[in-house]
Design a protein around this ligand. Structure first.
Ligand code: MSP
Length: 589
């Protein structure tokens, strides 16, 4: 039997910073698709990598005082380690600085040039370095780039142009003939309408900087970063070309659904089957943004509730194609309610019962409740949230089966056999999403002697987890105080007398304060563990907010807060102290 080929790609990311949850998202979904297709016995090729060239990278490198190549070389291991830590099992990691890729780009430029699709001209336009793209006045919002909201630059230079206008009809035909070329369908119309409005030829070379692939027919010019970047999908997986699906974020759909097929048509290569544009994640309802401290690195993502829970959450929380909001709380809730309470509970209960009573082989009628065909269909439609809904509905069925059969009383070995088989099936279906846990379950339930193993998903108390990017508990920064509030505050000099750990809390200390004669002793909970050792804190004189409403935290009544200063994203937090010794209880302000 000939295996079906399945070739999936992620965007190649700009290695100008470490990857965050948004980059992780596309990469995780690509991994889910790759794993699922491997399970189906398909011949899978999964490509990811980095987009090393371009003005943006050259400028960031310069800011850091490094040569572009040296700068990007430093970030590649970080990308690779990050993907490894998320259990991303790609087949190839491509970089646009790879020699064989650069060679392909030059061949393609030459081909396109030879058949008359590239010509020399002058370019004057409004350029956004962040997007590495030109905009027309019409595209701008208040004179700024609609994506980065930053001012655009007026650039004038000699440039080679690609005859994009020539491809308008061909592209419209393509969208008409292949309804799955752009997915989801909701995003397709926007592209079709824009293309109908007409396409301008595209400037595809630069002379103002040299960090790129030189044009083979005019070495003064380097190739436009998107021409270079898009061809990674071909150069990185020639044997598997055309790709079955390019997974991308909606921000780069235009490049993938207009430029890319036009470039391919120009050089006479087959077109990918589908370009799927997913939505964007916000973080606590705000745009992911470094300057606002709203970024979640891969490391932070994993630290919340483990790798599998992170992968699970991103696939489950929002339909692929829609925007979603990421919050630590929402992730922990799904980890607790779905992975720990439903899946974890089923696995632990059934393995425990089997360890006690054993199993007896029987035809498995119960498993018919699971609709595998439906799951396959949902996978084909990129409806990963629904795939998981379906699997979890079956997990509910299994838990109910244990309950309704009262197996702990009836010791029904046949029912336990059915459940064992069902759990193995569940593990198989979940393998693409939560590979580590699925493998554990498979191992546990395929053993000769099934035993109750360790807990798969430990429940996490939401209180104890403080979002790293949120203010630590029990401290206050002056930015929160508005002018009118000032006089209402009662700020006092106090001394830290005692500092204790709080059982189960990894960020909070219980702190005892002496606030002088008038106020006396006070107890507060403060999220300072990441920033100060107990010894550092003991004896320190600090500023205390005495008239805040008490709050119960981890069973302790916290009577106020300490005053602190912090850097962006609360990476660094320092307590504010009186400059000279002064009596405890003295007022501040
Ligand atoms: N280098 C280009 C892509 C070239 S592909 C031939 C690029 N790189 S990027 O580093 O900016 O990464 C863009 C991709 O990261 C998006 O298309 C999307 O896949 C992902 N995301 C970045 N931020 C995101 C969110 N906030 N939410 C979801 N995904 C986002 O563009």
């Amino acid at each position: 039997m000939i295996k079906k080929k399945f070739y999936v790609t992620t965007p190649i990311y700009y290695p100008n910073d470490i990857p965050h949850v948004g980059h992780a998202y596309t990469t995780i979904v690509a991994d889910v698709l790759a794993r699922w297709n491997r399970l189906k016995g398909n011949d899978v090729f999964f490509l990811t990598g980095t987009d090393d060239h371009g003005k943006k990278i050259a400028e960031t490198a310069k800011d850091k005082g490094k040569k572009p190549k040296e700068f990007v070389d430093g970030l590649i291991p970080v990308f690779k380690e990050n993907w490894k830590s998320l259990n991303i099992d790609y087949d190839k990691f491509i970089r646009t600085t790879d020699k064989d890729h650069e060679k392909v780009v030059q061949e393609m430029l030459q081909k396109s040039f030879d058949n008359g699709d590239i010509y020399k001209g002058n370019y004057e336009g409004l350029y956004c370095v962040g997007c590495e793209a030109y905009y027309t006045e019409k595209d701008l919002e208040d004179g700024r780039c609609p994506i980065h909201k930053k001012p655009v630059e007026l650039i004038k230079e000699e440039s080679y142009f690609f005859k994009l206008s020539k491809y308008q009809d061909k592209l419209l035909k393509l969208y008409g003939k292949n309804p799955n070329f752009i997915l989801p369908k909701s995003k397709k119309n926007e592209i079709v309408n824009r293309v109908k409005e007409g396409l301008r030829d595209l400037s595809i070379s630069r002379t103002s900087f040299d960090w790129g692939v030189p044009l083979p027919f005019d070495k003064k010019h380097v190739c436009y970063v998107w021409f270079d970047a898009l061809f990674n999908y071909y150069s990185g997986g020639k044997k598997y070309w055309p790709a079955n699906v390019h997974l991308i974020g909606k921000d780069i759909l235009w490049f993938h659904s207009v430029y890319w097929p036009a470039f391919l048509m120009s050089v006479g290569l087959d077109l990918p089957k589908t370009v799927f544009a997913h939505g964007w994640w916000t973080f606590d309802k705000e745009k992911i943004s470094k300057s606002r401290g709203k970024v979640l690195s891969v490391k932070e993502l994993i630290s919340i509730a483990g790798v599998d829970s992170a992968r699970y959450f991103l696939c489950r929380a929002t339909p692929f194609g829609d925007d979603g909001d990421f919050s630590e709380k929402a992730l922990i809730e799904r980890h607790n309610n779905e992975l720990a309470n439903k899946l974890g509970n089923l696995v632990s209960r059934v393995s425990g019962l089997i360890e006690k009573f054993g199993i007896e082989k029987t035809p498995n009628k119960f498993i018919k409740k699971l609709n595998e065909k439906k799951i396959e269909k949902l996978f084909e439609n990129y409806e990963f949230d629904k795939v998981l809904n379906e699997i979890f509905a079956f997990i509910d069925d299994c838990n109910e089966y244990v309950q309704s059969k009262k197996i702990w009383e009836t010791k029904d070995k046949k029912a336990l056999y059915e459940l064992k088989e069902s759990i193995l099936k569940i593990a198989e279906l979940l393998q693409a999403f939560i590979p580590e846990s699925a493998e554990k379950i498979t191992k546990q339930f395929s053993a000769k002697n099934i035993k109750k193993g360790e807990i798969l998903f430990k429940k996490i108390e939401i209180d104890e987890k403080i979002n790293k990017n949120e203010k630590p508990e029990g401290i206050m920064t002056m930015s929160e105080v508005t002018f009118g509030d000032w006089e209402k505050l009662d700020l006092r000099v106090a001394q830290i007398k005692k500092v204790e750990d709080i059982e189960g809390a990894d960020k909070l200390y219980k702190v005892e304060l002496d606030v002088g004669k008038e106020i006396g002793k006070r107890i507060i909970c403060a999220g300072l563990k990441e920033y100060y050792s107990k010894e550092d804190l003991k004896g320190k004189k600090i500023i205390y907010f005495s008239n805040l409403a008490p709050r119960k935290m981890r069973g302790i009544e916290s009577q106020g807060m300490l005053l602190a200063a912090s850097t962006e994203g609360h990476k660094k937090v320092v307590l504010i102290a009186p400059e000279k010794d002064i009596e405890l209880g003295s007022r501040v302000g």
